[in-house]
Design a binder for this molecule. Sequence first.
Ligand SMILES: C[S@@+](CC[C@H](N)C(=O)[O-])C[C@H]1O[C@@H](n2cnc3c(N)ncnc32)[C@H](O)[C@@H]1O
Length: 231
Amino acid sequence: MINLLFDEDNKQNAKILTDVIKRSYLASITADIIIELKCKKMKIINNDSNPPATIDLGYKKTHDEFAIFKKLFPMVNTNILDCTGGLCVDSLKLSKMGYNVTVIEENPIIVMLLRKLLEKEIINNFRVYHGNSFEFLKECNKRFEYIYIDTMFSKTKKKSKSKKEIEMLKILCREKISTYNLISQARKKALERVVSKAPIHSSAKIPIADFTISTKLIKYNIYNLMSTKCL
Ligand SMILES: C[S@@+](CC[C@H](N)C(=O)[O-])C[C@H]1O[C@@H](n2cnc3c(N)ncnc32)[C@H](O)[C@@H]1O
């Protein structure tokens, strides 16, 4: 079950979260999760993990630093819509690279966590919206050069902090969308490319990609739109 600990400054945030949790599948979560809201900080703690695991947001440096994203999104300083924000490891990297990033995330707890991060760190080319990206794509008039979809929860061999974070994300998020439909809708709205991340041996039904870029564990399916097809 999810319990909240909060200070006076976060009374309103705590009220909003309590209401949202009560009215959603989050009320049925059995894991012992604590959400701590203190000053400008928010922590999610999983007490079922030994030792208890916490989610830590922020820009994470990795060894493949930027290389793959340069291939996936070749036009610099363009607009990217990330339809599946999560902990925004990918989109924070993309904003660091100079892209103008819009993130959609449907989990209210994750969204509040991201907003807390943005209260502490001013990132001008990064914004977060709460909602379902399929609906957002249907309604939104703004066009994005690139649309990114990552419904996969990556497998890591390490018993590392990041693995524990992914485990917690899995507990908190319930995948309801059909990736096939999301990719199809994104293809109607992207100006240049839709990129969908999948496990290397994924058998999920998705539209046939124009081409793929693979790493040891991950396959990026790439759907080019008209302008790039004509090059
Ligand atoms: C695997 S995680 C994404 C990880 C992310 N790429 C990162 O770097 O941290 C998938 C996230 O997408 C969110 N999600 C799944 N379907 C969605 C949808 N239709 N609209 C908005 N968010 C969605 C889930 O709540 C979850 O947080």
